[in-house]
Design a protein around this ligand. Structure first.
Ligand code: NAD
Length: 471
């Protein structure tokens, strides 16, 4: 049994003022694995004060110094790469395959910040003016549980590249992962106060970060609901916000695609991170005349999928992060049936032999219409909805008929056609014929999937304030 009883302020592991004990539960069997002592408003204020003090000197560092700090950060995280993967598997049941990729993404996020910084001009000439891009100040970084350390690394690396300092509030459900990344970052030897990490509840630590006048910007990844609350709270002090929120991403399979490749890939895209991914391709749009073929291919693919122990390298789908999330997914499966969708495979309850954990049967609904709630709301579990279309124009219309706009996927044997369709999709990222990530290209949402972008130059500019000097 492990107790995490320290937070990290001003370069030191310290005992929090907060005293609430939060239970850490293993999602594969729902047994208690440990506790975390949560920080409170006072801890948050101390962390903000430390970051504010550190900003005075850190904002004056040169590009070269920041690159050196980022390289130190990279080395320190790289040393513990396997531990980072294992703790993800252990703490929230992320399948080994996904967790290993996620640790790679954490490292690539740091490399992306280094690469961007190398070529970035903080002083530019615009019109007849000199434009200086100033570091914004203290950044509040608030992250979710589903790939916690990847988000922390990307956001903190960008803050450092911009000369900002940070107060980080990870999800309370990620305490073990947080402990590990804090040890890495401590090891990196960054100046005191540049990063501070406070475990705590959103309603306590998150709210204090949102309210506090010494926080200049919030970089948030999480649900659209909480993102809206943060945006509302942030406006009182005119904080800048980057909000990376939810999604209901369409996957358009055009009629000229190789369905033997595209359909198994669609299953991978829908079930990534056990379906607990903001960019999961949960709406599968297929030509009406191909529906029977698609159904056969999808069932054949899913019959081969392994649900179970996330430590097993062959496992595709692990448990849902907690019982609440399991119940939520079950509710949506019931709802799909009530709404009249055809349950093609999967359904309610745990797969046989996995009753002790929060495991969900990989589920696909056919005959879904885009106005059903299962097609409109983020389920955050392994549930795919198949929606048919008659023409390319209708496919685009359905794809865009959502309040979200984070990601979209297109399969076609004609890349020119796929690019033409991609240009008409309202989403921050459109991925053609593969499942890939580019840590230098902007990432973020259209519509209610968010505000702002992360990664590369677009991401870095979000941590800077342009100042024009005339005359
Ligand atoms: P969540 O919104 O419940 O929580 C995210 C973080 O916000 C947590 O640290 C939480 O403690 C904190 N929080 C909660 N209430 C708060 C408040 N009132 N003020 C400030 N902070 C508060 O999300 P979650 O369940 O942890 O993660 C799943 C969600 O995250 C999904 O909706 C998913 O789509 C989204 N997500 C988006 C991206 C992206 O890049 N767009 C990536 C991953 C996850």
């Amino acid at each position: 049994m492990k107790t995490i009883d320290k937070i990290y302020i001003n370069g030191e592991f310290v005992t929090p003022h907060g005293t609430e004990r939060f239970s850490l539960i293993n999602p594969t069997n729902n047994t208690l694995t440990g506790h975390v002592i949560l920080g409170d408003e006072e801890d948050t204020r101390k962390a903000i004060a430390a970051a504010k003090e550190a900003f005075k000197t850190f904002s004056k560092t040169t590009k070269e110094q920041r690159i050196t700090y980022l390289q130190q950060m990279y080395e320190a995280v790289l040393k513990r790469k396997d531990d980072l993967t294992n703790i993800m598997v252990e703490e929230y049941g992320g399948p080994l395959q996904f967790s290993a990729a996620s640790s790679g993404n954490a490292l690539n996020g740091i490399l992306s910040a280094i690469e961007t910084l190398k070529h970035f001009d903080f002083i530019r000439k615009v019109g007849s003016s000199k434009v200086i891009l100033d570091s914004l100040g203290v950044v509040g970084i608030i992250t979710p549980w589903n790939a916690s350390n990847g988000f922390i690394c990307t956001k903190l690396a960008t803050a450092i590249a911009a000369g900002c300092t940070a107060v980080i509030k990870p999800s309370e459900m990620s305490a073990m992962q947080t402990q590990l990344i804090t040890e890495c970052l401590h090891e990196a030897g960054l100046p005191r106060g540049v990063f501070n990490i406070v475990n705590g509840r959103g309603e306590v630590v998150g709210v204090e970060i949102t309210r506090h006048p010494d926080i200049a910007k919030i970089s948030f990844t999480g649900s659209t609901l909480v993102g809206k609350t943060i945006a509302r709270g942030a406006v009182d002090t005119m904080k800048r916000v980057t909000l990376e929120l939810g999604g209901k991403s369409p996957n358009i399979i055009l009629n000229d695609a190789d369905f033997n490749v595209a359909i198994p890939q669609a299953v991978t895209a829908g079930y990534m991170n056990s379906g607990q991914a903001c960019i999961a391709a949960t709406r599968l749009l297929v030509p009406e005349e191909k529906l029977d073929e698609v159904k056969k291919l999808i069932v054949a693919t899913i019959e081969k999928i392994q649900v179970g122990d996330p430590h097993n390298a062959a496992t595709n789908i692990g448990p849902m992060v907690n019982k609440k999330q399991y119940d939520r997914v079950q509710q949506y499966i019931r709802l799909g049936i009530e709404e009249g969708a055809e349950l093609l495979i999967g359904g309610e309850g745990q797969p046989a032999g996995l009753e002790a954990g929060n495991f969900v049967k990989p589920t696909v609904f056919a005959n879904v219409t885009n106005n059903m709630r299962i097609a409109r709301e983020e389920i955050f579990g392994p549930v795919i909805s198949i929606i048919t279309y008659r023409t390319e124009a209708e496919a685009i219309e359905i794809a865009n008929d959502t309040v979200y706009g984070l990601a979209a996927y297109i399969s076609s044997s004609n890349t020119e056609r796929a690019n033409r369709v991609a240009a008409q999709i309202s989403a921050g990222r459109v991925v053609i014929n593969e499942l890939s990530h580019d840590p230098l290209a902007p990432f973020g949402g259209f519509k209610q999937s968010g505000i702002g972008r992360e990664f590369g130059e677009y991401g870095l500019e979000e941590y800077l304030e342009p100042k024009a000097i005339l005359g």
